[in-house]
Design a protein around this ligand. Structure first.
Ligand SMILES: CC(C)(COP(=O)(O)OP(=O)(O)OC[C@H]1O[C@@H](n2cnc3c(N)ncnc32)[C@H](O)[C@@H]1OP(=O)(O)O)[C@@H](O)C(=O)NCCC(=O)NCCS
Length: 166
């Protein structure tokens, strides 16, 4: 049988409870409703929902920041920060995570970001592999980055990102 398609669309405030639920199920880092809305307001176009079978299957939310470049030495740049991305377990390994990251990078680029970065637990092999396969490089290890003491890789990629044609 053909797999039902998914679609990506902008986040709407009435998605908030679904996003909070996905975040709670998928990640140990949970945030207040206020925090989600603050990230949304900072760059609405880079808060994206994946919808499948009329359900919210995943999300990505990002902020625009200004700081030292991870990929161009000693330069200050506008950077897109992937604050959180998650796909519900039943909907994983269908390409949704990758498409969410690609769509967010496009939105960040349109807002002038010259690179995109994120933190990921060093033990989160699925996510680290996905980002590496997409072209992210590990800029550094942030030790004890998470509240439970776990380390993070800070991973970065230059924008615009032109994925290889296949
Ligand atoms: C990380 C995460 C967002 C990835 O989401 P996803 O939708 O499974 O991602 P994708 O489907 O795009 O890619 C995942 C893998 O599935 C594979 N895949 C994609 N389409 C596929 C298909 N049709 N059939 C089989 N495999 C497929 C991809 O090649 C990729 O494999 P790889 O990791 O070996 O390269 C998801 O695992 C998740 O929510 N994890 C928990 C939260 C989390 O860790 N978030 C990241 C914090 S930084």
């Amino acid at each position: 049988m053909l797999e039902a398609p998914y679609l990506l669309r902008p986040f709407r405030p009435d998605d908030l409870s679904s996003v909070i639920e996905i975040n709670r199920v998928c990640l140990p880092e949970n945030y207040s409703p206020y925090f989600f809305m603050e990230v949304y307001k900072s760059c609405p176009e880079a808060f994206i929902i994946a919808e499948k079978e009329r359900k919210v299957a995943g999300y990505i939310m990002c902020r625009l920041e200004f700081g030292f470049s991870d990929v161009r030495r000693f330069r200050m740049v506008r950077k897109g920060h992937v604050v959180s991305v998650a796909v519900m377990p039943d909907y994983r390994r269908q390409g949704i995570g990758k498409e969410l990251v690609l769509a967010a990078m496009k939105a960040l680029e349109l807002h002038g970001a010259e690179e995109c970065f994120l933190e990921v637990r060093t033990a989160n092999e699925d996510a680290v592999r996905l980002y590496k396969n997409m072209g992210f490089d590990t800029a550094r290890v942030a030790t004890h980055y998470y509240h439970d003491g776990a380390d993070a890789y800070v991973m970065s990629i230059k924008l615009p990102h032109n994925p290889p044609m296949n």
